[in-house]
Design a binder for this molecule. Structure first.
Ligand code: S5P
Length: 266
């Protein structure tokens, strides 16, 4: 795990999106990424307007939103981008790409969502092999804006096939493109080698629940950030399902930040 501060890593991280994310985290003192798994665009946008100052990143699943057509999609993503600018957070479309390079290229850049146009970060499974990274990178380069990729190395859900040897092989794949792959979705820190710095973003975080009855497993911010050395906590229902999302997000922000401060001090 990294004993370095977010602010020092913000100057040295090999990817531009990584440097941007780390400097937002350091500046706003928040390692909280909120997961907006809601089927209502207005609710997402108004939540983000409220939670914006408390988060470093907003994670979306754009394909669960019931859009009336392509214009509604671009209206939503334009407003999302404006909020990200206003409150200084990054957008992470949790698309979990999982196909061959040529197919993910079409999915990332095209279709109705045009994810690469508006999402700073996306993620991919390593199952198809390194071609998935190459395909996504071609789109990122065409867009000409900073874009970063997280590889899924281990999931939070019970019985998932990640971790262990799978995570190790995913890491070897990521090493093939250290300027585009900024880090991992994983449940533990990824030990760096020769100047590497992998940002680990960790879902399955909740202060009041152990799971959801559909395989999700939760840990606390303290466990994932202080003990396991992860960098960003991803919290969905713990915040968006709370009676007071703003006060609850502040609890998570504080818990995640204190866990980081303890890790750095250790
Ligand atoms: O391993 C994973 C990877 C991801 S990206 N486990 C996850 O739960 N996720 C996502 O994180 C999942 O798709 C959902 O959007 C979010 C967790 O939501 P929560 O409501 O359980 O906090």
């Amino acid at each position: 795990m990294s004993a370095l501060t977010y602010s020092s890593r913000a100057t040295t991280h090999p990817t531009e999106v990584g440097r941007n994310l780390l400097s937002i985290i350091a500046e706003k003192q928040t390692n909280l990424c909120v997961s907006l798994d809601l089927a209502d665009t207005e609710k997402i946008l108004s939540l983000l307007d409220t939670l914006g100052p408390l988060i470093c990143c907003a994670k979306t699943h754009v394909d669960i939103l019931p859009f009336s057509g392509p214009d509604a999609i671009s209206a939503f993503t334009d407003r999302l981008a404006a909020l990200a600018k206003q409150h200084n957070f990054l957008i992470f479309e949790d698309r979990k790409f999982a196909d061959i390079g040529s197919t993910v290229k079409a999915q990332y850049g095209g279709g109705v969502y045009k994810i690469a146009q508006w999402s700073h970060i996306t993620n991919a499974h390593s199952v198809p092999g390194p071609g998935i990274i190459a395909g996504l990178k071609e789109v990122a380069q065409e867009v000409g804006q900073p874009r970063g990729l997280l590889m899924l190395g281990e999931m939070s859900s019970k019985g998932n096939l990640g971790g262990g040897e799978y995570l190790q092989k995913t890491l070897e794949m990521a090493r093939g493109d250290k300027e585009f792959v900024m880090g991992f979705i994983a449940q533990c820190a990824i030990p760096p080698q020769d100047g590497e710095d992998w940002i680990v973003m960790t879902p399955g975080v909740n202060l009041g629940s152990k799971g959801d009855g559909l395989g999700q497993q939760y840990n606390t911010p303290d466990l994932v950030v202080r003990e396991k050395g992860c960098d960003v906590i991803i919290v969905g229902r713990g915040i968006i399902g709370a009676a007071d999302p703003k006060a609850t997000a502040e609890e998570y922000r504080k818990a995640g930040w204190e866990a980081y401060e303890k890790r750095i001090a250790a």
